[in-house]
Structures are given as structure tokens and as C-alpha cells.
Write a protein that binds this ligand. Structure first.
Ligand SMILES: *Cc1c(COP(=O)(O)O)cnc(C)c1O
Length: 439
């Protein structure tokens, strides 16, 4: 292909991708869809500029409009997260975690976080796994003890482990809560009390649950003992792909320096503007949105369970967030990878996921025993509890009954025609997945 042919092909693919999502059911727990307003801000000239430093103290000229937008974003984020200090410059959740590591730890320090099979994110991982904490910041990583039954950190066993480590001189400098499979609130308060005894810091990775926390649902880590909360702004929080930090005034200087110059130069100003817009939307509509996200997740969990899916966390009502974890080992498709592939053919987009007990049972991340699904994006499209029942039925036809996924795809596309717009925003102007052309 010539460059010109490739160029044309790229635009064709972009359009086909939009059409694909327009007829599909998006269930990836880390994804969401932004409003037309957020997408408009993303195409603005802010995306060609630099604004290093703090608003009002920039190292370049030409920032007068950018500064005002960033200051409004800071004000809104402080209100939404009830925080003394926020930074809206991190360009992603991983970047926010790196800023936190830089502010509160030194290379060689020991931290405690969740392992990957129990829901931990690779940015909390050991060097051996190319985890960011180990590979980039030189941290040693100990794991929280985990209880498969309650899908949560086991407080008693973890406290025993902390005391054992501390008594032999292996000091934990920082406790990092939060996860990528995060159905139930973590015991921040209980473990923060023990952390304080040993003069450790407490951080909370809210990448997945930022929208739920901003809405005052799920849990309130800053009030439960966290020194710092890092997040992505595009999972349950319905903004552009980006990151954010919420913390206390006493840490403001070190967090600012850990952001710029330590971990950032350009902070991607088009997406900063888009975040500012999303924060306005969230302030107005976030609570109603997040309540519906959780209701939908619980309804979908129940509907799948009733149709023979082994949804974990049954005794606790499956979830208190947007996410569900499903063990598919006993279905005809046998593993998460095949379930993911067959569902995609039916226009239902989910991701394979390790179950907490997968590694012990000899399974690995390429063919894990589970799938993870989330309700953030469907909720933004205006779906409610009754639609969750229809989705569970589509999933049953593919995964349990073994119906031809292409036939199910036709019904999925028909079903999706009723949900073309983005809700919980000021203007439902264009369709949610409309391809916006400028050429
Ligand atoms: C998604 C995720 C991240 C990374 O966020 P990005 O914005 O993709 O960099 C960090 N931590 C957790 C727990 C996550 O789930």
C-alpha cells in the first residue's frame, strides 16, 4: 500500500470501528463513552500547545485561556472528590500512580498492593512481571492477603502478615489499595490504622471506581485514611482518557513537583479541556449516573446468575460497583478467551480475566477461567435494569446454549438501535458513536 492508500485506509478503519461499536454491546469494565461536548473539546487547538508548570506559573507564554480552563477543572475536581488538593495534569492512571510513587517512596522501598490474579493492576506490579512499581520506580512489592469468597482483602491475615514483616525488619513504606477487578470496597480504614502504627503512607488507586467515589457511593478513601487517591478519568468517571490525583494540602508541594518536572512535560491540553467539560457534566449528572451504573451491574449479575452463569460474589449480591467477575470454566466454551471471542462475533464486547484462584488451578492469563464485565458505558447510553435482562439473555444464547453468534449479532444490532445517544450530559447533540469528520 502507498502512503496515500494507507492514509485512506486509516479513515476507512476509523469509520468501520465507529459502526462496529454502534451495533455492539460494550461491556469492557475499564471503558466508557464521552459526550459530544467532550469530543468537541478533544479536537480543539489546545492539543497543539504546551503549558508546563502550574496555572499562573507556566514556563511558556500563550497560556491565558488554558490557565483559566485548568483552574476551573481544579475547582470542580476539588468539589467532586471533596479534596484539599487535586492535580488534573496526569495524562493517565499509570502516570498518576507514578507521580504518587515519586512523591511518597524511594527506589528500594517496599509497598503492599494486590497481586494481578486478585485484581491488582500491572502498574502496582513487581519488576519480574514488568510492573511499573518495580520496573520503573524500583519498588519491592508485597501482596495483600486475599479472600476468594468475599472477593476482597482479608484483613486479619493481612494484619498478621504486616506484623510478621515489620517484626523481621521488612518495613512497608506504602499501602496501595484499589484494583482492576473491584466489586467491593476495600478495608482502607482497618488497614490504615495499622499502617499508621508503622508510620507508613496509604494510597488508593481509584482508576476503576473514580466515578462512583465522586458521586459519594462505594467508599470515601480520603476520609477512611488515604493520603493520596490516584485515578483514571475514563472508566466509571465518564471523561476523556486521562488521569487525576486527589490528596491533602500538606502534600501539595511534593505532589506538584512529582508531576512536573518529575513525570510530565506536556500534559495533553486538549484532553485537559475535555476533562474540564466532563467534570461539569459530572457535577450536574454524576450522582444519578453512578447510581444507575451500580443498579445495572447488580441487575445484570442477578439476570446472568438466573440464566446459569457462575457470577462470583453471589452471597454479597455480586457487586457494589460497576463490575462483575464470571467463572466460565463450567460452560461449554470452558475458558475466558473462547467466551470473549464468541461473544465478540455476536457483537458483545467483554474481556477475559484471571479469577483469583486461576494460577493455583493451573490456568494462565492467555486462557483464564473468567470474564470481567462492567456497566459504565451501557448506562451512559441510557440503559436500565430491564435492558440488563435482555443482555443476559443474549449472552446465554452464545455462551451456554451455543447458538450461532452471527444470528445473535443480528438481534444485538437491532436492540442497539434504541440506544444511540449519550445521556447524563447537557446536550445530546450527535449520536454517541457518530464519526466526526473535518476533512
Ligand atoms: C486502568 C487502571 C490503571 C491504568 O490506568 P490508565 O489510565 O489506563 O493508565 C491503573 N490502575 C488500575 C487499578 C486500573 O484498573
Amino acid at each position: 500500500m502507498s502512503a496515500r492508500e494507507k492514509y485512506d485506509r486509516i479513515f476507512k478503519l476509523l469509520k468501520e470501528h465507529s459502526e462496529f461499536f454502534n451495533r455492539s454491546i460494550p461491556l469492557i469494565a475499564s471503558e466508557n463513552v464521552t459526550s459530544p461536548a467532550v469530543r468537541e473539546a478533544l479536537t480543539s487547538d489546545f492539543g497543539h500547545r504546551y503549558a508546563e508548570g502550574w496555572p499562573g506559573e507556566r514556563v511558556y507564554a500563550g497560556c491565558r485561556y488554558i490557565d483559566e480552563v485548568e483552574l476551573m477543572a481544579l475547582e470542580l475536581a476539588k468539589e467532586i472528590f471533596r479534596a484539599e488538593f487535586v492535580d488534573v495534569r496526569p495524562i493517565s492512571g499509570v502516570c498518576a500512580n507514578l507521580i504518587m510513587y515519586t512523591a511518597f517512596t524511594e527506589p528500594g522501598d517496599r509497598i503492599m498492593a494486590l497481586s494481578i490474579p486478585t485484581g491488582g493492576h500491572i502498574s502496582m506490579g513487581r519488576k519480574r512481571l514488568w510492573g511499573t512499581a518495580g520496573a520503573v520506580h524500583g519498588l519491592k512489592v508485597q501482596y495483600f492477603e486475599y479472600d476468594d469468597e468475599s472477593l476482597n482483602i482479608d484483613v486479619d491475615k493481612t494484619v498478621k502478615r504486616i506484623r510478621r514483616l515489620e517484626s523481621r525488619g521488612d518495613h512497608i513504606k506504602l499501602y496501595l489499595f484499589g484494583a482492576s477487578v473491584f466489586p467491593f470496597p476495600h478495608p482502607v480504614k482497618e488497614i490504615a490504622e495499622v499502617a499508621r502504627e508503622y508510620d507508613a503512607k496509604v494510597a488508593y488507586d481509584a482508576a476503576h471506581v473514580a466515578g462512583l467515589i465522586g458521586a459519594g457511593l462505594f467508599q470515601d478513601p480520603l476520609r477512611e485514611g488515604a493520603d493520596c487517591v490516584q485515578m483514571s478519568t475514563h472508566k466509571t468517571f465518564f471523561g476523556p482518557q486521562r488521569g487525576m490525583i486527589a490528596s491533602w494540602e500538606k502534600y501539595a508541594e511534593r505532589l506538584k513537583n512529582a508531576a512536573f518536572p518529575a513525570n510530565l512535560s506536556n500534559h495533553h491540553l486538549h484532553s485537559l479541556a475535555a476533562l474540564a467539560v466532563a467534570l461539569c457534566e459530572f457535577k450536574e449528572f454524576g450522582r444519578a449516573y453512578a447510581e444507575q451504573v451500580i443498579r445495572n451491574a447488580q441487575a445484570l449479575g442477578q439476570a446472568l446468575y438466573e440464566r446459569g452463569f457462575k457470577v462470583l460474589g453471589e452471597k454479597l449480591g455480586f457487586t457494589k460497583s460497576h463490575v462483575l467477575l464470571i467463572d466460565v470454566v463450567d460452560t461449554p466454551l470452558k475458558n475466558g478467551r473462547r467466551v470473549e471471542m464468541e461473544l465478540e462475533k455476536a457483537g458483545i464486547i467483554v474481556n477475559r480475566n484471571l479469577l483469583p484462584y486461576d494460577i493455583r488451578e493451573g490456568r494462565h492469563f492467555m486462557e483464564p477461567g473468567g470474564i470481567r464485565i462492567g456497566t459504565s458505558e451501557l448506562t451512559r447510553l441510557g440503559m436500565k435494569e430491564s435492558e440488563m435482562v435482555e443482555i443476559a439473555e443474549f449472552m446465554k444464547r452464545v455462551v451456554i446454549k451455543g447458538e450461532d453468534p452471527k444470528r445473535v449479532a443480528r438481534d444485538v444490532a437491532e436492540f442497539r438501535k434504541g440506544y444511540q445517544y449519550c445521556h447524563y450530559c447537557f446536550e445530546e447533540a450527535a449520536e454517541a458513536y457518530k464519526y466526526l469528520g473535518l476533512r
